[in-house]
Design a protein around this ligand. Structure first.
Ligand code: AMP
Length: 288
């Protein structure tokens, strides 16, 4: 496996790879890798439409708010490098911040409207602008044929699909289901912030989602009732402080009153466990 740190190193690898007619898959990450990230890399590796896999590790300052955890975000470059190599990537791209955002950098890419103003967009203003900007840069730099994202960050998937359609990026977006711990907690680099008590309490998010899903499958179609059910369960956990629990149409993220059979909805929750903000979601589909 090769590693590129500068844009020049990345460009020369990409140019040589393209010259051989090889198709490139890109897995963008912020590092501190876990099984969720590795599942994306393996998906890219085994994708018959792809010849070479690029993994990027870049903690993108643009997508963190001023009071968020940019400076304390966990980092372990040596361990990550080994994991990326074992998972079968061909190139690891680990640029410095100054390489991605040199002095004078002044451009932002913004997906407007509902997709970026509901859910995490409301709690984290500017977050999706930071995501859209860095993903645009990575797509321009790597020119991937396919790019791989986790459904764990479902709103990010919806935003990126819009971005790709609107700006005509010639890239296929491939989505991997959320990888979970045995007790249901969605894997996240931020889980490492949790104390043992918070870690136990954090399972309330997935329990709430599963319970609301059962309620919907047993016939409850009123979205306000299902949302209230989610909130009630999260409130049973004294260590959890609810940010949001909402059910919106997927992938447009529009509000609705009732679940309609045949349509897909996103049940999304966010809560603070101590100072750590965790998100989780399930896609919900009801049958006639
Ligand atoms: P991050 O490093 O948190 O920015 O995540 C990089 C990519 O890995 C994103 O596409 C995430 O959605 C994906 N990802 C993170 N956690 C998980 C998980 N538990 N299951 C599946 N994909 C994940």
């Amino acid at each position: 496996m090769k590693q590129a740190i500068t844009l020049a190193e990345l460009r020369s690898w990409v140019t040589a790879t393209r010259a051989r007619g090889e198709r490139i898959g890109l897995v963008p990450t912020m590092g501190f890798l876990h099984e969720g990230h590795l599942a994306l890399i393996r998906q890219a590796r085994s994708d018959a439409e792809i010849d070479r896999v690029v993994v990027s590790i870049f903690v993108n300052p643009l997508q963190f708010g001023p009071r968020e955890d940019y400076h304390t975000y966990p980092r372990d470059p040596e361990r990550d490098r080994e994991l990326v190599r074992e998972a079968g990537a061909d190139l690891l791209f680990t640029p410095a911040v100054e390489e991605m955002y040199p002095p004078g950098f002044a451009t932002r890419v913004e997906v407007q409207g509902k997709l970026t103003t509901v859910l995490c967009g409301r709690s984290r203003p500017g977050h999706f602008q930071g995501v859209a900007t860095v993903i645009t840069k990575l797509f321009n730099l790597v020119g991937p044929d396919s790019a791989y994202f986790g459904l764990k960050d479902a709103q990010q998937v919806a935003v990126i699909q819009r971005l790709v359609a609107d700006l005509n990026f010639p890239v296929r977006i491939k989505v991997h289901p959320t990888v979970r711990e045995p007790d249901g907690l969605a894997m996240s680099s931020r889980n490492t912030y949790l104390s043992p008590e918070e870690r136990k309490a954090a399972t309330v998010l997935y329990r709430a989602l599963c319970s609301a899903q059962s309620l919907a499958h047993s016939g409850e179609r009123r979205i306000s009732e299902l949302e209230e059910h989610l909130r009630r369960i999260i409130r049973t956990e004294p260590r959890a402080r609810l940010d949001y629990a909402e059910i919106l149409s997927w992938p447009d993220l529009e509000a609705a009153e009732c679940l309609e059979p045949g349509k897909i909805y996103l049940m999304a929750v966010a809560a603070y466990l101590g100072r750590t903000r965790l998100i989780d979601n399930l896609l919900l589909e009801v049958h006639p």
